[in-house]
Design a protein around this ligand. Structure first.
Ligand code: G4P
Length: 522
């Protein structure tokens, strides 16, 4: 096998969006183009509201693929495409953020009637910070939505990224005629038998074409002229640097514009990039020795086995089934024998994979999020994954006082694994859990019972803002119910503020105390 050639075929990306923008619908279309599924509707069952009380199997059933099979691979146009799932708000957790650390590009799906929504904004920020390319798909053009120019303006203003439209809608909703495709110099027709109409040298449809009389066609030409004068031209370098997002319009439900998007996306989406070590060295994906890092650990469905899957992004070389690797954190050898790759409807045991691919490694408690796996004489660790400051909090205690030991063991392991974050009340030592999404609490509770036989009591504390303080400025008298003094798991002191007012009030009262949104680094 020619490693470089294989690596260059990989395109690994995530789709980010606010729930209901159409991520699942688009994913299904992409999988169909790739031949990975035969009909739409197989990726996700109907959404059901409440799963708080359900167990893994139920969560699985209710949400289908989104919990476990969160990576899908398919072949398309000579490329090996890996799509990583980033669940929507109900499922939202730190996993979602960390998954974005394992991709080389992101696709942002926006509902044309709603524009930029809360979840898109949060996810976008994580992607933007990584400086990876972001492609935008504005969906649901078959319905009435907002003016395209208005949407582009919002995109640039709210997200702070420049945009460059690749095609432009001609009408929308009932009057939707199709897309004026500047990139491919053609019109993609929504209605009628003809799929594409080539444009003439003036960028017009032929004289006798009915579109010439259509006011929306004229409107589109005017808009495009404006964009070409005042907007950003397509610039591949700026796209690759994550500074400019190419924008595509379409309608996923009617499978319109999705293939055009996919073709162009695959043309410009980057091949697997180099990853940095803690020493600042860049490890090339073409490096023959295998290396990778764990970005997510997922408890498996089978409670009898307590097994989990550690998701590994291969960052260099080739994985081969049964190979021995070194876990950099412990310097211990592990054999990678039970390894899966993911298809839409099944998991398959795989024999080999290369840099850019994601593999699922069977885990019995060996791995932690952020772990580096190495072969050969390599000796380094990849840069730590960023931690995401939790916003939701719960008090937690053991239901059965006789089970304190398993309670503590469970918490310790789940915190180490990165499933949830733990804080202790400075004065009372009471445990408080922090998460970025509710799902994390559910999963925590479920795994405590199933894997550690420890039932827990959890009391919601609501949203809090975490602010670290310097140990030398710590004064227990500053603590109150609106600003709870606590320690993180490394014993760093911090406050949990009830809201922004509480934080401002505190800052006024104790102007000398430095409040930091990030933990001390060392
Ligand atoms: P998500 O994964 O981002 O949450 O969104 P999903 O694809 O599940 O789509 C959310 C809803 O929007 C679905 O309708 C879906 O059919 C619809 N949708 C997606 N793309 C388009 C589009 O291009 N045009 C129109 N008109 N609708 C679109 P639903 O009724 O909520 O779900 P379902 O009952 O149809 O599954």
């Amino acid at each position: 096998m020619n490693l470089q050639e294989e690596v260059n075929k990989r395109r690994t990306f995530a789709i980010i969006s606010h729930p209901d923008a159409g991520k699942t619908t688009i994913t299904e279309q992409l999988l169909m183009f790739g031949g990975a599924i035969r009909e739409a509707g197989t990726v996700k069952g109907k959404k059901t509201g409440n799963f708080a009380k359900s167990d893994w199997m139920d969560i699985e059933k209710q949400r289908g693929i989104s919990v476990t099979s969160s990576v899908m691979q398919f072949d398309y146009a000579g490329k090996k495409v890996n799509i990583l799932d980033t669940p929507g708000h109900e499922d939202f957790s730190e996993d979602t953020y960390r998954t974005l650390m394992a991709v080389d590009a992101a696709v942002m799906v926006i509902d044309s009637a709603k524009g930029i929504e809360a979840q898109t904004k949060k996810l976008f920020k994580v992607v933007k910070d990584r400086e990876i390319p972001i492609f935008t798909f504005i969906n649901k053009l078959d319905r009435d939505g907002r003016e395209p120019l208005d949407l582009l303006e919002e995109l640039e203003e709210t997200l702070g990224i420049q945009s460059t439209p690749m095609n432009w809608p001609i009408g929308m909703g009932k009057a939707f005629e199709g897309l004026y495709d500047m990139h491919n110099h053609r019109i993609e027709m929504f209605k009628g038998d003809e799929r594409f109409i080539e444009l003439d040298e003036d960028g017009q449809v032929p004289e006798d074409n009915h579109l010439r009389q259509n006011p929306f066609y004229q409107q589109a030409l005017d808009d495009i002229e404006l964009i070409q004068e005042a907007g950003n031209p397509f610039d591949e370098e700026e796209v690759l640097a994550g500074e400019l997002t190419p924008v595509f319009f379409g309608s996923a439900l009617t499978n319109f514009g999705v293939q055009t998007f996919l073709d162009t996306f695959l043309e410009y989406a980057p091949i697997p990039h180099a990853h940095k070590t803690t020493e600042g060295e860049e490890i090339s994906p073409y490096e023959p020795d295998f290396s990778g890092f764990v970005f997510k650990i997922q408890a498996n469905m089978n409670p009898a086995h307590r097994d989990r899957i550690a998701f590994v992004r291969i960052s260099s070389g080739e994985f081969q089934r049964g190979m021995d690797v070194k876990l950099a954190r412990t310097n211990k050898k592990v054999k990678l024998s039970n390894v899966t790759q993911f298809m839409a409807e099944s998991r398959e045991n795989i024999e080999s994979a290369v840099a850019g691919d994601i593999i699922g490694v069977y885990d019995t408690g060996t791995y932690q999020v952020g772990d580096t796996l190495l072969t050969g004489k390599q000796n380094f660790e990849y840069e730590p994954l960023p931690t995401f400051t939790p916003e939701l909090f719960m008090r937690v205690s053991a239901k059965n006082v006789m089970k304190q030991k398993s309670f503590h063991k469970g918490i310790e392991q789940l915190v180490q694994e990165g499933a949830i974050q733990l804080y202790k009340n400075y004065q009372t030592n009471e445990y408080m859990l922090g998460a970025v999404g509710h799902l994390q609490f559910e999963v925590f509770q479920h795994r405590m019972i199933n894997e550690y036989n420890a039932e827990v009591n959890m009391t919601p504390m609501g949203n809090k803002t975490v602010r670290w303080i310097k140990p030398e400025q710590l004064d227990e008298k500053m603590s109150s119910s609106r600003n709870i003094l606590a320690r993180d798991r490394f014993d760093n002191p911090l406050f949990l503020f009830e809201n922004q007012f509480a934080e401002r009030w505190f800052a006024d009262k104790y102007p000398d105390v430095e409040l930091s949104a990030t933990p001390p680094t060392e």
